[in-house]
Design a protein around this ligand. Structure first.
Ligand SMILES: [Cu+2]
Length: 129
């Protein structure tokens, strides 16, 4: 009898530990996004912003930067920068997808997430403009 009570109590204690965590997970809302189609140039952040290098002459360097892990991002003509993200957990780089478009104009349809005045895009479709 006592054993059963103890077993019952430990099960309750276990639930008390587990439940708040799962309840918390359910309360956490997934960030909202907007499906958008954007056009811009695929740039490597290091060279574009740190060295002022971009354009067709810079394409190969941009691809080397991408291979070294510098993120490729999309810069629109009106100066808006979109950082590519994936749905993976933990996240993976979008460089493999973007590399062939380095320093070229592209049109992308994807899910745009905004936070803190910045925008990230989960790319669904990309094509050369
Ligand atoms: Cu570069």
């Amino acid at each position: 009898m006592l054993k059963r009570i103890i077993a019952g109590l430990s099960a309750l204690a276990l639930m008390a530990v587990i439940l708040p965590a799962s309840a918390q997970a359910q309360m956490m809302e997934a960030p909202s996004y907007e499906v958008q189609t954007i056009s811009g140039t695929v740039v490597d952040l290091s060279c574009k912003f740190g060295h002022g290098l971009s354009g067709a002459d810079h394409r190969m360097c941009s691809q080397v930067c991408a291979d070294k892990g510098i993120p490729l991002a999309i810069l629109t003509s009106d100066g808006k920068l979109y950082l590519p993200i994936t749905a993976d957990m933990p996240g993976s780089s979008s460089n493999d997808m973007l590399k062939e478009f380095a320093e070229q104009e592209v049109t992308i349809t994807g899910k745009v997430f905004s936070a803190g005045g910045a925008s990230a895009i989960r790319i669904d479709e990309i094509k050369k403009s």
